[in-house]
Design a protein around this ligand. Structure first.
Ligand code: GLU
Length: 309
């Protein structure tokens, strides 16, 4: 069986909840069950929302579940030089252009997008400005974001469960007007640099896979394959969140449930054990196959009936 070198890449903007933990468990099981490496990356690109105490609690919770990782933990806040390099490479290839649009302008102009373009796609307003229009924007002094020039190309990415993910790539942002690097850029640069073979993450990001695969190719990297895991939803059908009650490991511990019990519930929700069993991490690794994810639907968490099963 092919090795799947994987990773978990949480943003340290709050404690991990049961949905994040289930995705982490799947990512770890997928890597370990195929003899692959498992890497940790702290996605603290958003300096305003990232907190060291959240990073510490996230890493503690993963360790408590038995999720170990290989090598040094990578932090995106240490990687600005690599992101700047990648933007320079794209600029050299003529694959970025400055964009002065405000969010409101994009919303307005996006009324009549490209027939095939994804929802929320950039309508291309700044893609073909002439020199005079550019100079006028520059004179006004508002800093420009940088967008890729994807020319409405269609791109596929491969998902181990969902199959071919194919979409038109819009001209997404790689560097914001304030100089900060965008998630889509950082994730592609880091997955390539860490040699991640398969990206396992929540299926809310499945629509980003074609964009990211396109960017990887543009930067000269073989894109990873993907495995998007169905999210855990709260009782209201929205993605699980703090508002849904006792959804973190600390919340569950306060109710008398230890990390092993939570891991078992997560594993039971994937069909890896029965309710009430307490398999070890090694037993879970031995049992896990990607087929466990086929037919796994977004899971509704019921705070009254109990978590996840
Ligand atoms: N940092 C992202 C999040 O916490 C995940 C990005 C990814 O896995 O590609 O939602």
């Amino acid at each position: 069986m092919a090795h799947h070198d994987g990773r978990f890449a949480p943003s340290p903007s709050g404690p991990l909840h049961l949905g994040n933990l289930r995705t982490a468990l799947v990512a770890w099981l997928r890597a370990r069950s195929t003899g692959g490496r498992f890497l940790m990356r702290v996605e603290d690109l958003d300096r305003g929302r990232s907190r060291p105490e959240h990073e510490a609690s996230q890493l503690r919770d993963l360790a408590a579940l038995g999720i170990d990782s290989d090598g040094e933990i990578v932090r995106q806040s240490d990687r600005d030089d690599a992101y700047a390099d990648a933007v320079r490479r794209l600029a050299d290839l003529g694959l970025v252009y400055p964009c002065w649009c405000t969010r409101a302008e994009i919303r307005e102009a996006a009324g009549a997008p490209h027939a095939d373009a994804p929802e929320g796609a950039y309508p291309g307003t700044c893609a073909h400005l002439d020199a005079a229009a550019r100079a006028a924007h520059e004179e006004r002094g508002r800093p420009a974001a940088l967008r890729v020039r994807a020319e409405g190309v269609r791109q596929s990415a491969h998902d181990a469960v969902l199959g071919e993910l194919s979409a038109v790539v819009d001209d997404f942002v790689v560097r914001r007007g304030d100089g900060g690097f965008a998630y889509n850029l950082a994730v592609v640069v880091d997955d390539a640099w860490q040699d991640v073979g398969e990206v396992v993450r929540g299926d809310d990001l499945a629509t980003s896979a074609p964009r990211q695969a396109w960017l990887a190719e543009a930067l000269g990297h073989a894109p990873p394959t993907y495995l998007h895991v169905p999210l855990v939803l709260g009782p209201d059908g929205r993605r699980l969140a703090k508002r849904d009650g006792a959804v973190t490991l600390a919340d569950r511990a306060a109710l008398g449930e230890d990390a092993v019990a939570v891991r078992s519930q997560l594993a039971a929700s994937l069909g890896l054990c029965g309710p009430g069993d307490r398999p070890s991490p090694e037993e879970l690794v031995a049992r896990f196959e990607v087929d466990h994810l086929r037919g796994v639907v977004p899971l509704r968490w019921d705070p009254v009936a109990g978590p996840l099963v």
